[in-house]
Design a protein around this ligand. Structure first.
Ligand SMILES: [Zn+2]
Length: 115
């Protein structure tokens, strides 16, 4: 059976690599997903639009903020909402969101004090 043969192979490979089979499988899925996104995005970053070099560090990037969605888990897992970005572009976007959240939080506190 192909399944058992495959399990034996990933089992041997995980022993050689020194990581568990699940992690090995996740690494393969992640690499395939990144390769696919690079292809459909023509190697362009979803945030800045610039070329992503082959050795560029990249992140899966949720284009709409899943943590502000009514259903965060569904928004997080929505593959139509995921693009590939330079790691720095994604982190920059995350930092901006954090600044926005802190500003909003300060505004809410200020409003509570004044009312
Ligand atoms: Zn970028």
């Amino acid at each position: 059976m192909a399944g058992k043969k495959s399990n034996r192979w990933t089992g041997s490979c995980s022993k050689i690599a020194g990581i568990d089979k699940r992690s090995l499988s996740q690494k393969i899925h992640k690499a395939l997903a990144k390769k696919f996104l690079r292809m459909i995005q023509h190697n362009r970053c979803a945030r800045c639009g610039k070329f992503m070099a082959k050795d560029a560090e990249t992140h899966f990037d949720h284009m709409t903020d899943w943590d502000r969605d009514d259903n965060p888990l569904q928004a997080y897992l929505n593959i139509d909402n995921i693009r590939l970005s330079h790691a720095e572009c994604n982190l920059h976007h995350g930092r901006l969101k954090a600044v926005e959240r802190r500003a909003l939080s300060r505004q809410v506190k200020a409003n509570k004090k004044s009312s």
